[in-house]
Ligand binder design. Structure first.
Ligand SMILES: NC(=O)c1ccc[n+]([C@@H]2O[C@H](COP(=O)([O-])OP(=O)(O)OC[C@H]3O[C@@H](n4cnc5c(N)ncnc54)[C@H](OP(=O)(O)O)[C@@H]3O)[C@@H](O)[C@H]2O)c1
Length: 267
């Protein structure tokens, strides 16, 4: 199999880091991303020495600041002519201060708006791949996205904000797949309560090893059997494609979200 160039956001920890390490071991070119420069350098060197693969680069951007997302996308486009796989994995659940610098809830920004912007910016270099893929990390936690959740200084519980951001990325994933037929775009619940920092901080326990999430990311990223599954939702609690939240099948709900998002981003 030809080596692929694979960008995984939020690959300094959790399932993103694990997937990046395993893919690097199989010889793929890996583009890491993290919010902390020191941690990113440490992880990059760790993966290089563990896998004997030197084709690992990294980019820093705090996804709670959308200007940093745009800046990272420009740098990636300067440095890479093609990306084969984009894994929109960076995510956050519990935070001390849930209001981000622009006044929006940080879960809506990091988990939904950041990947929305990054993906939009990277379309030209994804479309240069023979078989481009996007994997959008959703969750079993999916709740109707309320209009007010994309407004400033709104108080949402951690569960509400997380579940709404995870349905938002899923609705957008379905819409994106319809609009960009050449790119295989799949929304993924990697499995519930996997053993990562996010889960340990939120629940203090886990159900499954982090490998369960990393392995399904890898399979969807490279296995030819997913090429015709664009616009679908893979539920790794079931180990198969499945039904998402009912809102994902209502075009008015999707259109309302996309138009609110475009307005918010000034597009
Ligand atoms: N674990 C599960 O059971 C589970 C279940 C369903 C869905 N998911 C989804 O899977 C994805 C990965 O989760 P995980 O469990 O592996 O979590 P994790 O271990 O906490 O890793 C999250 C990654 O995102 C990065 N990140 C967090 N906030 C960021 C920000 N503001 N800007 C840039 N990067 C940021 C983290 O950076 P640092 O290294 O600096 O912390 C880390 O690399 C998430 O989208 C999550 O919602 C996970």
């Amino acid at each position: 199999m030809k080596n692929k160039t694979i960008l995984i956001t939020g690959s300094t920890d959790g399932i993103g880091k694990l997937a990046a390490t395993k893919l690097a071991k199989n010889g793929h070119n890996i583009i890491l991303h993290g919010r902390n420069a020191e941690k990113l350098t440490r992880v990059k060197e760790e993966i290089k020495s563990l896998t004997k693969n030197d084709n690992i680069v990294g980019y820093v951007a705090d996804f709670s600041i959308l200007e940093e997302v745009r800046h990272m996308a420009s740098k990636i486009k300067e440095d890479h002519s093609t990306i084969d796989v984009l894994v929109n994995n960076a995510g956050v659940f519990k935070v001390a201060n849930p209001i981000s610098a622009n006044g929006l809830d940080i879960r809506m920004v990091v988990n939904y708006l950041a990947p929305y912007i990054l993906t939009d910016e990277l379309i030209p270099i994804l479309e240069r791949s023979d078989n481009p893929r996007i994997i959008n990390l959703s969750s079993a936690a999916q709740e109707t996205v309320l209009g007010r959740s994309l407004e400033k200084n709104v108080s949402l519980s951690d569960n509400q904000a997380y579940a709404q951001s995870k349905l938002a990325i899923l609705l957008w994933s379905f819409d994106f797949a319809r609009k960009h037929k050449f790119i295989t775009t799949i929304a993924l619940n990697p499995g519930s309560l996997l053993n990562t920092n996010m889960v340990k901080e939120a629940y203090g326990k886990f159900w499954s090893p982090a490998d369960k999430g990393a392995d399904i990311i890898i399979d969807i990223a490279i296995n030819p059997k997913y090429a015709d599954k664009s616009g679908q939702y893979f539920d790794n609690d079931k180990g198969d494609f499945g039904q998402a939240h009912p809102d994902a099948y209502q075009s008015d709900k999707i259109e309302a979200l996309i138009s609110k998002t475009e307005e918010l981003l000034g597009n």
